[in-house]
Design a protein around this ligand. Structure first.
Ligand SMILES: Nc1nc2c(ncn2[C@@H]2O[C@H](COP(=O)(O)OP(=O)(O)O)[C@@H](O)[C@H]2O)c(=O)[nH]1
Ligand SMILES: [Mg+2]
Length: 220
């Protein structure tokens, strides 16, 4: 029984990986950088995109993943970012996005008009890390309110990411968190991780984040 379950899971993952590879190639050929944002619920993914829209005023499209509601898509519309909401609730409430669903959403997107395709993954640090969604870059948004230990407890998301945004740093004066320990924990899981420290509320770290995006932009 156990062996069968493992085989089915392997099959699903390898089918997903193939679609993800094709999707990444299509994005590259269209000059679009794909960025997958993963985090616990409420770490600040949507707020980051809202704030980013003040720096990069055009060429951003976001695919929003949530179990229910179109609230995040509405927030992005108000911030001037075009988006497409995927709700998994009506289809069993999956806790992650898969490459095939991103691929299906592409019919809604004019790739020729955009530079950045963000995928705001469903809020949790577990399942999204297991599925390649076809992005060029995976990133974790880790808010200071979550505690220093989360990289150690949920290592896969950190291992499978190239960048980590430590968010909500404006709240540090109210917390007992040890920032250096949090950073060390991230690096202990992934020594190559590019770490940026940000606040979407005050704008701290936004220049560095925008530079990071521009540096990774795909020229064509
Ligand atoms: N103080 C503070 N609050 C933030 C910051 N970023 C997000 N928030 C708040 O955290 C809550 C969750 O943010 P949201 O962007 O919806 O998180 P998401 O679930 O990861 O998309 C909201 O109430 C935001 O206003 C920040 O940098 N500082
Ligand atoms: Mg959100």
């Amino acid at each position: 029984m156990e062996k069968k379950e493992i085989k089915v899971m392997e099959k699903i993952l390898s089918a997903n990986d193939q679609i993800a590879d094709e999707l990444r190639e299509q994005l590259s050929a269209s000059g679009v950088l794909g960025i997958n944002l993963m985090s616990s619920p409420g770490s600040g993914k949507t707020s980051l995109l809202e704030r980013t829209s003040g720096y990069i005023t055009e060429g951003i499209f976001a695919i929003e993943g949530d179990i229910q509601t179109t609230l995040d898509a509405e927030r992005l519309t108000n911030a001037g970012i075009e988006s497409f909401q995927i709700n998994t609730g009506p289809f069993g409430g999956d806790c992650h996005l898969e490459a095939g669903w991103i691929n299906n959403a592409l019919v809604e997107i004019d790739l020729a008009k955009i530079d950045y395709l963000f995928v705001e993954n469903i809020g949790n640090l577990v399942c999204p890390a297991e599925f390649d969604v076809g992005a060029h870059l995976n990133g974790v948004v880790l808010s200071v309110t979550e505690g220093e230990d989360k990289p150690l407890k949920y290592p896969l998301a950190f291992r499978n990411s190239q960048f980590c945004l430590i968010s909500k740093v404006d709240l540090l004066p109210y917390l007992d968190i040890n920032m250096q320990r949090m950073i060390n924990n991230v690096l202990s899981i992934n020594p190559e991780m590019e770490i940026m420290i940000i606040s979407s509320k005050t704008g701290e770290g936004m220049e560095e984040w925008v530079e990071f995006l521009e540096k990774n932009k795909i020229e064509h």
